[in-house]
Every structure is written in structure tokens, then in C-alpha cells.
Design a protein around this ligand. Structure first.
Ligand SMILES: Cc1cc2nc3c(=O)[nH]c(=O)nc-3n(C[C@H](O)[C@H](O)[C@H](O)COP(=O)(O)O)c2cc1C
Ligand code: SF4
Length: 471
């Protein structure tokens, strides 16, 4: 592995400490070479978005920069919501080196022509807020923010806060409900009406002020933290690490059944098993890994697939996915129907209900899984689950419904013996594992958001854990 460039050994204490290791040089390169050249370099580097989908970052920048003046103002948003269960990487980056993230945002704004930028994090991420507020004050004093304003936005706990279309709503002061059109088509503070599923680039209404679509660049915190090293050291340097389709390093989180939980910077392409062992410190004596989930967004990875390379293409080739590289490990004692229930419950609770098939389908799937877990189900219940998995994504505005389909169907397919055990009342499944946000990782121990179990499907909270199960 080449030298780490995302997570320093210890947190940087000041902007000066960042400048001592080359901080600020990338922005100077950008100013010298110009926006087009920066975008070309990011495209050549092959940087892919670390928010989950792995979308090519430079191509996204190019589409935001295109369109001339007609499209209105452009904005940049750094997505630090980090609501994906099993991940703690964005907060680790902010804690270690907020300056590199800020330099990435400044370069992104320069490249796409934005004058305003935002970093969005959860209101509960107070350590990260303090860290960022201090860093913003320092870079402002140093004159780094002469061309772009940078504001911190503190958002709600909801999972959808991290979904890019909901994120823009939150920045505009609304609830985290995904809007129809994606940020590159319908950005921040746009007054253009959304026209069904699409939006006009610039609607100049009769007798009304011109309204523009304001294309907005939304990138994950880790994605933006990659930018300054790429611009400073070049695409060739970046491509000397990782694999051709997944160049560079990823910041990986490991939690669950391993000896410890942790976050570390890892070169793409190493076998997943090795990465889990290294960060997780191996498994406790006598236990082995049964399955791994990357957040609640990708199909399950079974034990026999752990030799696959940890990369976008490596994990999708074995039917899984990299997602946000937050790996939750389950041991051989785990009942995977319980895991399916835990994931489905999480997604059902967090679904906003704007698309009826999503809220209804996630609810039905969860409650039938609940009945299977309680040993009261018939094979017919499994048929209902299969049918709902087919329709849950109907007319969906965001990716949450697709996650329900991917994760739950993959678990039921991969572990038919666990399903059969629950249907026949064989053995006892034990309590479902907690699936929820990581609040912190301290000395190798994960602190999970314990409020999640009290959360109701309408986002209010009960006094006791909310069990979803069909009567
Ligand atoms: C339900 C849902 C939750 C999401 N949560 C996050 C999140 O917490 N952080 C994040 O960066 N992206 C999240 N995403 C992905 C964002 O919508 C978006 O794709 C990403 O921020 C784009 O940045 P990237 O291209 O740098 O990956 C979520 C997507 C969905 C469907
Ligand atoms: S797919 Fe689900 S979570 Fe996404 S907007 Fe529709 S109802 Fe809300």
C-alpha cells in the first residue's frame, strides 16, 4: 500500500500542520491550471464517489460545470450525514483532517463555478461540528475563502438526511423528504417548478422573474477529501494505487462480531477477508464469519466470497457491493432471518412514505419477517414477502426501496436453511442484532444509536422498543 493520504496518524492540530504536509498546494495548482484542467485531472484519476454508488466524480463535476449562465447559480454540498449503518469513515476523516476536506470543497467550487458551498452533518455530530467550525475559521483567516463562502449545516437524525435530494431540502430548512429531480437538474434554492419527473433548465415565466435550476454538486465527504491529493500529485500517482476500476484508497469501517471495531485507510484490491481481519483484529476463538453486510444498501456477502478483492468491481462480481465500505460482520451463530428483520425494520422505519409502495412494502416485509422470527409463520408468509419484494420499488423517488429489495432478497436466497429453521421452529434465533447508526467508536468498541429501537414508523419515539410483527 502506498503512503496513507486520507487518515493521518494522529489528528492534525492546526491549518499550519496541514500546510506542513502539503496542504494548500493543490488549490494553488488549481488556480494556475484552471477549472477545465482540474476536472480533466479528476476524470483521469478515476475517482469514484464514496457515498455508496461509486459514481465517477469528475464526470459529475463536468455535468455541473456545463450549461452556461442560463442554468443559474451553482452550489457545492459536502455530504457528511453518514447515516449508513456500519460506517464511521466520514467522521473519522473530519476528526483527523478537516482541512483536506475543506480544500477539496474549495477546489470543487472553483472547478464547477460555485460561489457558495455547504458541509452538512448531523446536529448530533458535535465533535465533528466543533472540529469543522474551528477549521473553517482558520482557513478563512488564511484567506482561503475569498472566492467561495462555506457554511456548516446541522441536520436531523433521519437516514434520509444523507440522500442527496433530501439533503438539499434540509439545507433549505425543510424536512428530509427526497424531492423528485436530482441535484444536478434541480439544485439548491431553485424557484423553477419541478415538472413531473423532470425539470426545465431555466424557466423564464411570463411576467415573472427568471428562475433557474441551480445545478448543485453533492459529493460525499470522503470523495472530496481525495481531491486535493489528486490535484497536487496528479492522476498518475493516484492510479498507481488500487485497481484500474477502483483507484486509490478507501476509508473502511469494520464492526460487529470481530474482536474489535475500527476505521482504517486501505488500498483498493486487497482481499476483503484480509481487510476485515486487519481492522477487526480477527474473530473471537471458536467463531467464524458467516456473512458480511456493507451497510444496508448492498446484497449480503457470504463466507465463501470473502476472498474477493475489496473494490467496486471485486465485490459486485461476487454479487455484493462496496457501498460506503462500512462492513458489518456476523458470526456463525447468527440467524440471518434476524438480520433480515433488523435491516428491513430499519428501512421501514426510515422510509418517508412519499411513495406508497415503499412504506407499505417495507412494512409488510418487516412484519412478516417478524412473524417468521416468532415461529408463527407459514410458507404462505414467505410468498407474501417475495411478492412485496417485487413491488416495493414501484414509482420510488429514492434508492431506499431498492436497498430493501437487494438486501432482503439476497439474505433469503443465500440462507434458505435459516429460513427453514424458523418456519419449522428449529432452534431459537435469539434477539435480532441491532441495525443502526454508529454513534462513535471508542477503544475498538462501537457505540450504536440505541434510540433507533424506540423509533416508530412515523419518526416519533415510543417509551419501549417498537416490535414490528404481523398479528
Ligand atoms: C437512503 C439513502 C441514504 C444515503 N445516505 C448517504 C449518506 O449518509 N452519506 C452520503 O455521502 N451519501 C448518502 N447517500 C448517497 C447520496 O444520495 C449521494 O449519492 C452521495 O452523497 C453522492 O456523493 P458521491 O458521488 O461522492 O458518492 C444515500 C443515498 C440513499 C438512497
Ligand atoms: S422510495 Fe421510500 S424513502 Fe425514498 S422517497 Fe419514496 S417513500 Fe421515501
Amino acid at each position: 500500500m502506498g503512503p496513507r493520504y486520507l487518515l493521518t496518524d494522529s489528528p492534525l492540530s492546526s491549518l499550519q500542520a496541514y500546510c506542513d504536509i502539503g496542504g494548500g498546494e493543490a488549490f494553488e495548482v488549481a488556480l494556475k491550471t484552471g477549472p477545465d484542467s482540474v476536472i480533466r485531472e479528476v476524470i483521469a484519476a478515476g475517482l469514484r464517489g464514496r457515498g455508496g454508488a461509486g459514481f465517477p466524480t469528475g464526470e459529475k463535476w463536468r455535468s455541473i460545470a456545463a450549461g452556461g449562465d442560463d442554468v443559474g447559480s451553482r452550489y457545492v454540498v459536502a455530504n457528511g450525514a453518514e447515516g449508513e449503518p456500519g460506517t464511521f469513515k466520514d467522521r473519522a476523516i473530519i476528526r483527523h483532517n478537516p482541512y483536506q476536506l475543506i480544500e477539496g470543497i474549495i477546489i470543487a467550487a472553483f472547478a464547477v463555478g460555485a460561489k457558495d458551498a455547504f458541509v452538512a452533518i448531523k446536529a448530533s455530530s458535535s465533535v465533528e461540528y466543533e472540529r469543522l467550525a474551528q477549521a473553517v475559521a482558520e482557513v478563512e483567516l488564511a484567506g482561503w475563502l475569498e472566492q467561495v463562502s462555506l457554511k456548516l449545516v446541522r441536520g436531523p437524525e433521519e437516514y434520509l438526511f444523507g440522500e442527496e435530494k433530501a439533503l438539499l431540502e434540509v439545507i433549505e430548512g425543510e424536512d428530509p423528504l427526497p424531492r423528485h429531480a436530482p441535484p444536478y437538474l434541480y439544485g439548491l434554492f431553485s424557484a423553477t417548478p419541478q415538472l413531473g419527473w423532470s425539470v426545465g433548465p431555466a424557466l423564464r415565466g411570463r411576467g415573472r422573474a427568471p428562475a433557474s435550476s441551480n445545478p448543485t454538486l453533492v459529493n460525499n465527504v470522503e470523495t472530496l477529501a481525495n481531491v486535493a491529493p489528486i490535484v497536487r500529485l496528479g492522476a498518475e500517482w493516484y492510479r498507481s494505487m488500487g485497481t484500474p476500476e477502483s483507484p486509490g484508497h478507501a476509508v473502511v469501517t469494520v464492526s460487529g462480531a470481530t474482536n474489535r471495531a475500527g476505521v482504517a485507510e486501505v488500498e483498493f484490491g486487497r482481499p476483503l477477508r484480509e481487510v476485515l481481519d486487519e481492522i477487526g483484529g480477527g474473530m473471537p476463538d471458536g467463531s467464524t464469519i458467516k456473512a458480511v453486510l456493507s451497510g444496508v444498501a448492498n446484497p449480503v456477502i457470504t463466507r465463501n466470497r470473502l476472498g474477493a478483492p475489496m473494490s467496486y468491481e471485486g465485490l459486485s462480481a461476487v454479487g455484493g457491493g462496496l457501498g460506503a465500505a462500512g462492513f458489518m460482520v456476523f458470526d456463525d451463530q447468527t440467524d440471518m432471518v434476524s438480520v433480515a428483520y433488523g435491516v428491513s425494520r430499519f428501512l421501514y422505519i426510515e422510509s418517508c412514505g412519499q411513495c406508497p409502495a415503499c412504506k407499505f412494502g417495507c412494512g409488510e416485509i418487516t412484519s412478516y419477517l417478524g412473524r417468521i422470527l416468532e415461529g408463527r409463520a407459514t410458507p404462505h408468509d414467505l410468498e407474501v414477502i417475495t411478492a412485496r419484494l417485487q413491488t416495493v420499488t414501484d414509482a420510488n423517488r429514492c434508492g431506499l426501496a431498492g436497498q430493501e429489495r437487494e438486501v432482503i432478497s439476497s439474505i433469503l436466497r443465500a440462507f434458505p436453511e435459516d429460513v427453514a429453521d424458523r418456519l419449522t421452529g428449529n432452534g431459537s434465533p435469539g434477539p435480532p442484532p441491532s441495525i443502526g447508526k454508529i454513534v462513535d467508536i471508542k477503544d475498538g468498541v462501537v457505540v450504536l444509536d440505541d434510540k433507533q429501537q424506540y423509533k416508530r414508523p412515523d419518526w416519533s419515539y415510543d417509551d419501549s422498543p417498537v416490535i414490528i410483527s404481523r398479528a
